[in-house]
Design a protein around this ligand. Structure first.
Ligand SMILES: [Zn+2]
Length: 431
C-alpha cells in the first residue's frame, strides 16, 4: 500500500510538472518578449478572463453584436481560461515544497533515471528552489545536455521558457521560440514550435532582458568551432558526426529496410535547414526493430564525405525506436537530373525562417527520395547540430540520388554543413 501511495504522489508530481511547464511556456514566451516575468501577470490575465466573460454576457443580453464577433470572443475566452488553469498548476507546483521531497525520495530508490525524469526533477528543483542555487542550475543544465533534442524538444523548451519566465537563470534556445500569441501544440513530441526569429536570453533575474540573435550557426562567431562553448558535447564528444567515410571498413551484418508511408506534407524552415515533419506510421527497420520516422531535413553540401569529398547535398531521415534510440538514414544527393520528389518539396518549402506550413491537400511519400539499392556505411555518431547528443546510429546509403543544379541553388541555405569530425576509436561498417 505504501508503494502505491508513493507512486500516486510521484505521478501527481509529474503531471503537475508537465502542466506547470506547458503553462509557463505558453505564458512565459509572451511575457519574456515584453520583458515581464510570467508570474506577475497572472492576476492581470485572470482579470481579463473575467472582463471578457462579462462583456460576452452583456453583449448577448443586449443583442448588440454579430455572431462572428461572438465566436471570436468565445475563442479568446476559451484560450485565456485554459492558460489561467495552466498557470494555477504552476503556482501549485511552486507552492508545494513536500512534492519535491517526495519525488526526490522516489527517484533515489531507482537504479537509474530516464533523461526525461532527470530533466523533470531538475525543473521541479528549479521551480521549488529557484534559479539562484548554482548546483541546482548546473544539474538542470546537465540534464538538458543529456536530453535527446529531437524527441524531447517540447519538454526542454517548455522547461527553459517556463524557468526563464519565472526568473531562473536559464538560456532559452532559439529553437524554442513559439508562435505568439496562440501557438497551440498538441504536445506530440517532435517539435512543431516555430522559431520566432532570435533567441530570448533571460539572464538577469530582475528584468529578463532579451537579446536578438541565434545561439549557433554555420559561420563566424557562432560557427561550428564555437558550438562547444555553449554545448559541451559538441566540443568534447568522442563520437561526433559527420564523418569522412573511408576504409578500411568492417563487414557488418545489420539489416536495414525502410517502410515509409504517404502522408500530408508538413514542413518548415527553422533557420538552420528545411525540415519535413512526418506523421506517425513511417518506419525504418533495423534488424527487425522498428524506428519511427520523425522528420527529415537537408544539408548543403553533404555533411558526410566519401574519401574526403562531399556531395552536393544530403537528406537526413531521423528515426527513433520505442526505447528512445535515434537512427539517421543519410541519402546523398549528387548533381545530375532533376529530382521529382525534391521538386514537390521545394514547391512548398518556406524560403525564410518561420512556422510549419501544411499546404492543403498535398501528400508526399518520403520513399520517393530513396534509391533502390540499400547498401550502406554505418557508424555510431551524434546529432550534427547542437547539442550534438551522441548515441545516434548512422546509415549512409552508398547509392546517391540525383538533384539538379537548379534544385541545389533553390535550397534556401547556401551552406549548412558541420565539418567532419575525428573518427577516434570508432569503426565504419559496410552492409
Ligand atoms: Zn542532419
Amino acid at each position: 500500500m505504501a508503494v502505491q501511495k508513493v507512486n500516486m504522489k510521484r505521478t501527481l508530481a509529474e503531471v503537475l510538472l508537465v502542466l506547470a511547464l506547458a503553462g509557463a511556456a505558453a505564458f512565459g514566451w509572451l511575457n519574456l518578449q515584453k520583458g515581464n516575468l510570467a508570474n506577475s501577470n497572472v492576476t492581470a490575465l485572470e482579470g481579463k478572463v473575467k472582463a471578457t466573460e462579462h462583456l460576452l454576457q452583456d453583449s448577448v443580453e443586449e443583442g448588440e453584436i454579430t455572431e462572428l464577433a461572438l465566436d471570436l470572443m468565445s475563442e479568446e475566452l476559451v484560450q485565456l481560461r485554459g492558460k489561467a488553469l495552466q498557470l494555477d498548476a504552476v503556482k501549485a507546483a511552486l507552492a508545494n515544497g513536500p512534492l519535491l521531497q517526495d519525488v526526490e525520495l522516489f527517484y533515489k530508490l531507482q537504479k537509474s533515471l530516464s533523461v526525461e525524469r532527470q530533466l523533470g526533477l531538475g525543473a521541479l528543483r528549479m521551480l521549488t528552489k529557484g534559479g539562484d542555487d548554482p548546483s541546482v542550475t548546473e544539474a538542470f543544465q546537465k540534464a538538458l545536455q543529456m536530453a535527446d533534442w529531437n524527441g524531447r524538444k517540447n519538454t526542454i523548451c517548455a522547461a527553459q521558457i517556463g524557468l526563464a519566465a519565472a526568473g531562473g537563470n536559464v538560456k532559452v534556445m532559439s529553437e524554442c521560440a513559439i508562435q505568439p500569441p496562440n501557438a497551440q501544440d498538441g504536445g506530440n513530441g517532435d517539435g512543431h514550435q516555430a522559431p520566432g526569429g532570435g533567441h530570448e536570453n533571460a539572464h538577469d533575474k530582475g528584468g529578463a532582458s532579451a537579446h536578438a540573435g541565434p545561439h549557433w550557426g554555420y559561420e563566424g562567431a557562432m560557427g561550428p568551432e564555437r558550438w562547444g562553448s555553449e554545448f559541451p558535447t559538441c566540443g568534447k564528444g568522442q563520437s561526433q558526426a559527420p564523418l569522412n567515410i573511408k576504409g578500411p571498413f568492417v563487414k557488418g551484418r545489420i539489416s536495414v529496410a525502410a517502410d515509409y508511408k504517404v502522408g500530408p506534407l508538413r514542413m518548415l524552415n527553422n533557420g538552420h535547414t528545411v525540415q519535413v515533419n512526418v506523421a506517425a506510421g513511417s518506419k525504418l527497420r533495423i534488424d527487425g526493430v522498428p524506428y519511427e520516422l520523425l522528420q527529415y531535413h537537408f544539408h548543403r553540401p553533404s555533411e558526410e564525405q566519401i574519401d574526403g569529398k562531399p556531395m552536393a547535398m544530403v537528406i537526413h531521415f531521423v528515426h527513433k525506436s520505442a526505447a528512445g534510440k535515434l537512427a539517421v538514414l543519410g541519402v546523398l544527393l549528387k548533381e545530375g537530373n532533376e529530382n521529382p520528389g525534391i521538386k514537390t518539396l521545394w514547391n512548398h518549402a518556406p524560403s525564410a525562417e518561420g512556422p510549419e506550413v501544411a499546404p492543403e491537400e498535398v501528400v508526399f511519400n518520403p520513399s520517393n527520395l530513396l534509391p533502390k539499392e540499400f547498401d550502406f556505411y554505418s557508424y555510431e555518431g551524434s546529432l550534427t547540430t547542437p547539442p550534438c547528443t551522441e548515441g545516434v546510429r548512422f546509415f549512409i546509403l552508398k547509392t546517391p540520388v540525383n538533384v539538379s543544379r537548379e534544385q541545389v541553388i533553390g535550397f534556401p541555405f547556401k551552406r549548412n554543413a558541420r565539418p567532419v569530425q575525428p573518427l577516434n576509436d570508432r569503426v565504419i561498417t559496410v552492409g
